[in-house]
Design a binder for this molecule. Structure first.
Ligand code: FES
Length: 112
């Protein structure tokens, strides 16, 4: 999918997202966690850990990773892949900051 095909939805100002934290977005396909890193990057992942369903939005954000709050598995925010000895992958969604606003590609959420 190219940026031109995307249907970007404005989720609000970056400042409304906690640094090194996340806000959740309810969709037809479940909750999506939108993370903000300490470097003000944003990443969107399904809010469900592939291990046992833990809410990743409540995890600890460090660098470009999040640690699941239930059993400490670590996921790469950019790829959704588990790091180290942990297994599995979380679905990711295109997300970006433009003009201080957080945008997410809703077309991808709807098509899933
Ligand atoms: S539910 Fe996430 S590590 Fe177990």
């Amino acid at each position: 999918m190219t940026v031109q095909d995307a249907a970007w939805i404005d989720l609000g100002p970056l400042d409304a997202f906690p640094a090194r934290g996340a806000r959740t977005l309810r969709t037809e396909h479940g909750c999506v966690a939108v993370f903000r890193t300490g470097a003000d990057e944003v990443f969107a992942l399904d809010d469900r850990c592939p291990h046992a369903g833990g809410p990743l939005s409540e995890g600890i954000v460090h660098g470009r990773s999040v640690t699941c709050p239930l059993h400490n598995w670590v996921f790469d925010l950019e790829t959704g892949a588990a790091r180290g000895a942990d297994e599995g992958r979380v679905a990711t969604h295109p997300c970006r900051v433009e003009g201080g606003r957080v945008l997410i590609d809703a077309a991808r959420l709807v098509r899933r």
